[in-house]
Structures are given as C-alpha cells and as structure tokens.
Design a protein around this ligand. Structure first.
Ligand SMILES: Cc1ncc(COP(=O)(O)O)c(C=O)c1O
Length: 398
C-alpha cells in the first residue's frame, strides 16, 4: 500500500545508510567491528548501577515510576551545571540544562527549533555523520569548513560567516572530533571566539569526548567566552553508559531555551525519569572522576595497540592522525584507494570500519576511514587490523 508521506526523510539518506550499517555491525557477533563509537563494556559500572537502582526504588520509587517534568531531574541538572566549572564556565545554572535522550536528541531538537528549509548551517568538513543526518531532515543548505590538524580552518570559517551572516548555527566538535579524532589548539579556539564575537551566528558545541583525554591539555568550553551565543551539548554515553540514553543541552538564551523545551515536550514529554534518577544516585554515591581515569587508562592502552598494529600491518603510505584521547583514529590511504571499497571488501572478510564518505556533506570517493579502538579486545585489534592491512594491500596492488 502506498501511504501519503511527507517530503521529510523520503528515503534513508547517504549518511543514514551508513548509520544503520554501523549499528548492525556493532550488534553482529560474527564481525570484528571497528565501525561504531562504542564504549568498552569493561568500563560499565554494573554493581554501582545495581546499588543506585535499588536505592532509588527503595527511597523514591513512586517518583521514579511516575511521569515527570520536561527539563529533567533537578539533581542531575545540578550536577551537570557544576561540571561546567571544570570546562571554565562558572555561571551555568541548572535551569539552563535540558536533559535529552542522548545528545543525539539535542541535535534533532536544534534542527527542529532553528532550521527552516533552505536555511544555512555551518559544519566542519568532515563532521559527525549522524549530525548531518539529523540536520538533513530539516532541509538546510550545508556550508562546510575544512578541518586542519589543529582544528577548524579559521580563515575559511571567518569567510563563511562573513558571507553568510544569516547562517543559523555552526556545529563544532572541539575535542577528539568525530571522525578525525582531532582537537582544537588554544590558538584556534581563541580565533574562533573572535570570529563568533563579531557575528550573530550561534555556536553549537558538541563535546562528548572532552573528558576522555589521556595526553595534552583540553581547551575550555566556548561557552566561557561566548555566553548565550554558545549552546553546549553533552552526554553520559562515553563516560558512564550509552544505554541509559542520557545527554543534555545547555542553552542560556531564554528564547531558544523555551523553544527547545517546547519541542522536547512534543517529542517525548521527558527523558526516562527512572534512568535519570539512577544516574544521579550513581553520581552522588561514586567518584566518577576515578571511574573516568580508569576508562582513560584502558582507552590509552587500546589506542597505543591499535596505532602499533596499523603501523605494522597497513601498507606504506597510509597516514594516521595523531590523537590524544577520544575513541577514534582517522587513516588516509595512498593512491586514491576508495575507502568505501575497503569497507565492502573488509566486511566480506569479517571486519567493519567506517569509510570517510558519509562524514562529508559533498565529497565522495574519499581515501580516509574512521576506526574505533575503544570497544575491541586486544586480540580482535591484532587480528582485525591484520586483515584490514591485507585488504588494503590488495586494493593498492589491484
Ligand atoms: C560527536 C557526537 N555527537 C553526538 C553523539 C551522540 O551521542 P549520544 O546520543 O549517545 O549522547 C555522538 C555519538 O557517537 C558523537 O560522536
């Protein structure tokens, strides 16, 4: 039967096909998957969550099982507001925080609140594929700005904003960018602040990996200098658990705050209150910084092993972006080898990676791919990268 559907999401778009395939690869026990951005399950605090769940049900079960309010559980919003102090932002109020179903929902909310068809939005090139997918639903014109090893290209950004002052927002991932794993240097950070201060464009900062830094120093959040011109997205997915689906958006512009809240109410009334309360209890009863330190040590060891294997097994001429944290490495192959072809051939041999193409709005047939190191056993890393090296070699010699 042919239903009368809207023009929105007429078919899974280019990014959507890869998002579905990444999630499927992650769920397939027969594959070695380096495709997703999954935390290592070893880092999940299962006994602590069990204790927190028991406490919430015993002490506050009725509230946890009842409908709740749209902005989210106050204790959790207080914790998040205070956490911004570690990112240099001292004046965040719990009232600025809206708890969302992962930061992914915040991306969808921003799209709904800000983009009319044909509106301009600015993104890094490449950028997070599911952010592109979320924005596409609202039919914007996507303007891209090159990512350099030390962050976004500031000359290009300044030019893009100068020529498109009406752009709705610029979506930036300043730490361990998805997909490249690159971070903004302090110099780039400062220039970005200057550029935005001279415009009315909103900076949408997405920072899921900032706390996973195992070397170097993190820049502060753009919200420190830009105040209400910066909306900050955050998540517990990478530091505690993605399964509870708890993220947030910190929005200090009143008009935008109310618009987002109203959209959130129509989407789901509120994020799962049971999960929010359990997470808040977990954070109150445990030292999350200690937990994050352990996770970082684990990821550093995985990253070191993956880098060593890539250097050992990939053909000469493959280049790796250096990384100081997060979950991804970004590899560029020589001789214009197609990353999509590598992806298909490697998948046939039981190894999943994520080709670079869907992270670009316009570029296709790219030779770069994203590879995740956080969620594989050491044996899988050694075995999977060896296979990847063989497939890459075959393509190079074809
Ligand atoms: C840059 C970026 N933003 C947002 C998300 C969404 O995370 P979540 O919805 O789990 O908070 C991810 C997930 O991988 C990501 O890499």
């Amino acid at each position: 039967m042919k239903l009368n559907l809207s023009d929105r999401i007429t078919k899974p778009d280019f990014q959507g096909e890869f998002t579905a395939s990444i999630l499927a690869a992650a769920a397939s026990p027969d594959l070695i998957s380096f495709a997703g951005g999954l935390p290592n399950p070893v880092s999940f605090p299962i006994p602590e969550m069990e204790a927190a769940t028991k406490k919430v049900l015993e002490q506050n079960g009725v509230t946890a099982l009842q409908y709740s309010s749209t902005p989210g559980w106050p204790a959790l919003r207080q914790w998040i507001a205070k956490r911004y102090e570690t990112m240099g932002v001292k004046d965040v109020s719990p009232d600025d925080i809206i708890i969302t179903n992962g930061s992914q929902q915040a991306l969808a909310m921003v799209g709904a609140a800000l983009i009319n068809p044909g509106d301009k939005v600015i993104v890094e090139d490449p950028t997070y594929l599911v952010a592109l997918q979320s924005f596409h639903v609202f039919d914007p014109v996507v303007l891209t700005v090159t990512m350099n090893p030390d962050g976004i290209d500031c000359d290009e950004l300044a030019e893009t904003i100068k020529n498109n002052p009406e752009a709705k927002f610029a979506y930036l991932i300043p730490n361990f960018q998805n997909p490249t794993g690159l971070s903004y240097s302090q110099e780039v950070h400062d220039k970005v602040v200057e550029i935005f201060k001279e415009s009315n464009v909103l900076l949408l900062e997405d920072n899921p990996y900032r706390e996973l830094r195992f070397a170097g120093t993190a820049t502060d959040s753009f919200g420190k200098e830009l105040g209400e011109q910066c909306c900050m997205l955050g998540t517990f997915s990478k530091i505690v658990t993605p399964g509870m689906r708890i993220g947030w958006i910190c929005v200090r512009n009143k008009e935008l705050h109310d618009k987002l809240l109203s959209y959130k109410a129509t989407a789901d009334l509120h994020t799962n209150i049971f999960s929010q309360m359990v997470l808040a209890q977990y954070l109150a009863d445990n030292d999350v910084d200690e937990h994050i330190e352990k996770t970082k040590a684990l990821y550093k060891a995985k990253s070191d092993l993956m880098v060593a294997c890539l250097k050992k097994y990939l053909p000469a001429g493959c280049e790796l972006t250096p990384t100081e944290g997060g979950m991804f490495l970004w590899v560029t192959m020589p001789n214009n080898i197609s990353a999509v072809e590598l992806y298909r051939k490697a998948l046939d041999k039981g190894v999943a990676i994520c080709p670079g193409d869907p992270f670009y709005e316009y570029k296709r047939n790219v030779s770069s791919f994203r590879i995740n190191y956080s969620n594989s056993t050491d044996e899988a890393i050694e075995k999977g990268i060896k296979i990847l090296g063989e497939v890459c070699e075959e393509l190079l010699n074809a």
